[in-house]
Ligand binder design. Structure first.
Ligand code: ZN
Length: 345
């Protein structure tokens, strides 16, 4: 016993105990770490496995098919996928719903929605085919016809687009503006048409279709032709303001203009004209700055769709989002002057 106490008091004994404890703690800690990382790996693997079903296209289709989800629910599901921009899934579910649906009305509804999804995803040819199928079932489907018109227009198949408009017109829809717009687009994209042919078609259309005036000005600028300023002065300044702003000031015949908005625009541009400073706020402010010899401010433009209220940095005749024709409004914005004297195209 005494020997034990002697050994217990020996400093070597304490050191051995200390090292043993350190060893045990390190050992336990190491195995605990190994165990935890193994458990974590397993749990991540389980997590991924759970989501693999939804990321695999065939998997979710199989799942929806096996559970015999009603076609109405499939339609709603596809609609929400389409709204969130997941067109691939939306198309897959619409196709599944299409296989299951028996009712003729439901079928044409799903076909129309499928066509719209293809359209939004940019598959224009396919969307046109689906709309045609929808129309085969129900020829008075106005929505399908409207989308079909725009699909053909985007595919530059203007004659087919005009035919679709004829069908809409027979249903009592006013298609006059759409038709004039398509006629203008058709001649402008016709490579065999000469400048004079394009100009005369646009001039004829401009008598009843106001956007053709802007198209004419764009045509003159694009072909570097002498611009008939007396004619331009009669245009609506709110339709061509941005084009005039970016033009070479020395090329503009200021004497032709009488409209106060045009005069304010030319003054804001630094041209020597008299303006009452009672036109548009932005133009008037720039005019006053010019009067006070401040030349650091300029204009930039935003283009807002008055139908869907979306704003775009470039001009459009047909809204890229809601596809409404002639809904664009040019909004001038005062900015720091940039050294941009030419048109952005
Ligand atoms: Zn719009």
């Amino acid at each position: 016993m005494e020997t034990f106490f002697i050994e217990y008091r020996d400093p070597m004994f304490g050191i051995i105990i200390l090292f043993t404890l350190v060893f045990i703690i390190s050992f336990v800690n190491y195995w605990w770490g190994v165990f935890k990382s193994k458990e974590e790996r397993h749990s991540i693997a389980q997590f991924i496995k759970r989501f693999e079903v939804t990321s695999d296209e065939d998997g979710y289709k199989k799942l929806l098919d096996e559970f015999a989800v009603p076609s109405e629910s499939l339609g709603l599901l596809a609609h929400s996928y389409s709204k969130s921009g997941d067109y691939e899934k939306a198309i897959g579910i619409y196709l599944l719903a299409l296989k299951r649906v028996k009712d003729r009305d439901e079928k044409q509804y799903i076909l129309t929605e499928l066509g719209k999804t293809y359209f939004k995803a940019g598959f224009l040819r396919r969307s046109a085919e689906v709309f045609l199928e929808a129309l085969r079932l129900y020829p008075r489907n106005q929505e399908a016809l409207k989308y079909l018109t725009v699909s053909y227009e985007k595919l530059k198949e203007y004659d087919r687009s005009l035919e679709a408009l004829d069908a809409l017109e027979e249903m009592g829809v006013d298609t006059a503006i759409q038709k004039d717009y398509l006629k203008a687009r058709k001649v402008l994209s016709d490579e065999s048409a000469t400048f004079s042919q394009k100009e005369s078609v646009l001039k004829e259309l401009s008598k009843r279709f106001s956007p053709a005036k802007r198209m004419l000005l764009e045509l003159w600028i694009e072909h570097a032709r002498a611009i008939p300023w007396d004619e331009v002065a009669q245009f609506d300044p709110m339709e061509v303001m941005d084009l005039i702003w970016y033009m070479d000031p020395s090329a503009i015949n200021v004497k032709a203009f009488k409209n106060p908005i045009f005069l304010a625009l030319l003054k804001a541009k630094g041209l020597n004209v008299k303006s009452s400073n009672k036109s548009l706020f932005e133009l008037d402010v720039l005019g006053i700055l010019r009067d006070n010899n401040y030349k650091e401010a300029g204009l930039s433009f935003e283009f807002t769709c008055q139908n869907c209220k979306q704003t775009f940095p470039i001009h459009f005749y047909r809204c890229p989002v809601c596809h409404t024709l002639g809904s664009g409004k040019i909004e001038p914005i005062i900015t720091k002057e940039r050294l941009e004297t030419s048109l952005p195209f």
